[in-house]
Design a binder for this molecule. Sequence first.
Ligand SMILES: [Ca+2]
Ligand SMILES: [Ca+2]
Length: 101
Amino acid sequence: MQTPRGIGKECRRIIIDPKPAPIPYTEEQLKGMFWRFDKNGDRRLSKQELKAAFKELGALIPGFRANRGLHHADANGDGYISDEEVDKLVKYAYQLGYKVN
Ligand SMILES: [Ca+2]
Ligand SMILES: [Ca+2]
């Protein structure tokens, strides 16, 4: 009476590569990534949202990166990264060389 329940097992298998070759994010990928962290959907990135994004990128101290990123890219000083400002943020994150892993 037992039905095999193998659903998900195959596709959830994790391949452990002892020598991973991380690929750097492209600027486009980084941009898409940052906007995914616009949790409230107001098309602005708050410090909290930035922090979450940098954490996802693998930053050691995401809060620090969020601060630096804001300082770097927040041209009008309102504490948020807007659509026009995000390119600067992306450039900042890009030169830090975050890798896909
Ligand atoms: Ca937001
Ligand atoms: Ca701003």
